[in-house]
Design a protein around this ligand. Structure first.
Ligand SMILES: Cc1cc2nc3c(=O)[nH]c(=O)nc-3n(C[C@H](O)[C@H](O)[C@H](O)COP(=O)(O)O)c2cc1C
Length: 325
């Protein structure tokens, strides 16, 4: 695997029939809150671990960034099993943010990711404001590039969505985190609200540097043969292509409500899906559930975006940002 400087920023697109004669230069670089990434594709938290399970299939150096699974100040065991179930066009999960805690994360996952030429976005979870602040403070001295704060997990009883569905709570936790964060802070919003723009504005008032959306939509599946819930938690988070139109709509709404850059996600499985988010107003996209069906989805999406740009004479990805008014 090539772990060298695999920079696709200004990738020279060559025509197969013209050998290696340079034909066109396209720029896929994006800048989110001062962090420069070689392309607008990252992984959605919780669907890619810290990349270790995928290193065999994907050259992580090709990704704009790797967004890790949520990490808390202490290890969390997660919810009882079964914790996942398939649904039409997606899945329901109630993992409950199982994670090894920040100590293991710092000693094991960060050094692993540092081998690659990609940016590191660490997803942070907690039960209280103090828990989040604890993790963010520990990460301040590490070599990670950005923090993504999960205030939107529907599968934990405390923390998570309890913050993400209340505008005042969002503003408060954002400002507390900003006081101790050394890296730019991305607040991850929940779609399980009446008006996502209110939540986006609250995060902006609290000092967020960027927003990511959407987390999963609360759902339920019944196993009719066993007459019980398909996941032990009863409810779970719906993800995958089934939620994409909701996510695209929310990205569009949020882009008109705040000035912050947006990382869009929700059901992205191919380049066309990613481009919908970019045209709706996202400056970057994250690929989640699709990784489970197709471990190379991320790189295929990067290639597909480049191909689209080449075919349509788009020289800079920024030309597409929010181009649908
Ligand atoms: C199995 C699973 C685990 C997840 N874990 C996290 C997590 O730890 N932190 C987080 O912010 N989001 C988590 N998510 C939400 C995803 O990051 C993403 O926001 C959501 O699944 C929508 O994108 P998708 O439809 O492409 O999967 C998880 C999703 C799945 C399916």
């Amino acid at each position: 695997m090539d772990r060298g400087n695999n920079n696709y920023t200004e990738r020279i697109i060559t025509d197969k029939n013209e050998g290696c004669k340079p034909k066109e230069i396209i720029n896929t670089h994006v800048n989110i809150a001062g962090i420069e990434m070689k392309n607008p594709v990252t992984t959605a938290s919780g669907t890619f671990g810290s990349g270790m399970e995928y290193g065999e299939f994907v050259d992580l150096s090709r990704l704009g960034a790797v967004t890790t699974k949520g990490v808390a100040n202490v290890p969390w065991p997660g919810n009882p099993t079964p914790r996942i179930a398939e649904t039409y066009g997606g899945m329901i999960n109630a993992i409950g943010l199982q994670n090894p805690g920040i100590d293991t994360f710092i000693s094991r996952d960060i050094p692993y990711l540092k081998q690659y030429d990609t940016k590191i976005i660490v997803n942070v979870c907690g039960r209280t404001v103090e828990d989040y602040v604890d993790v963010v403070t520990r990460l301040a001295e590490t070599d990670v590039d950005m923090l993504e704060i999960n205030i939107s997990c529907p599968n934990v009883k405390e923390g998570g969505i309890a913050f993400g569905t209340n505008a005042k709570a969002i503003e408060h936790i954002t400002s507390e985190i900003k006081k101790c964060a050394k890296q730019p802070v991305i607040m991850k919003l929940s779609p399980n609200v009446t008006d996502i723009t209110e939540m986006a504005r609250a995060a902006e008032s609290g000092g967020a540097d960027a927003l990511s959306l959407i987390n999963t939509i609360t759902g339920m599946k019944i196993d009719i043969n066993r007459r019980c819930f398909a996941v032990a938690n009863k409810t779970g988070g719906l993800s995958g292509p089934a939620i994409r139109p909701v996510a695209v709509r929310m990205v569009y709404q949020v882009r008109h409500a705040v000035k912050l850059p947006i990382i869009g996600m929700g059901g992205i499985a191919c380049a066309e899906d990613a481009l919908e988010f970019i045209m709706a107003g996202a400056s970057m996209v994250a690929v989640g559930t699709a990784n489970f069906n197709n471990p190379t989805a991320t790189v295929e999406i990067i290639d597909g975006i480049e191909e689209f740009m080449k075919k349509n004479g788009v020289k800079d990805i920024k030309e597409l940002f929010g181009c649908v008014e």
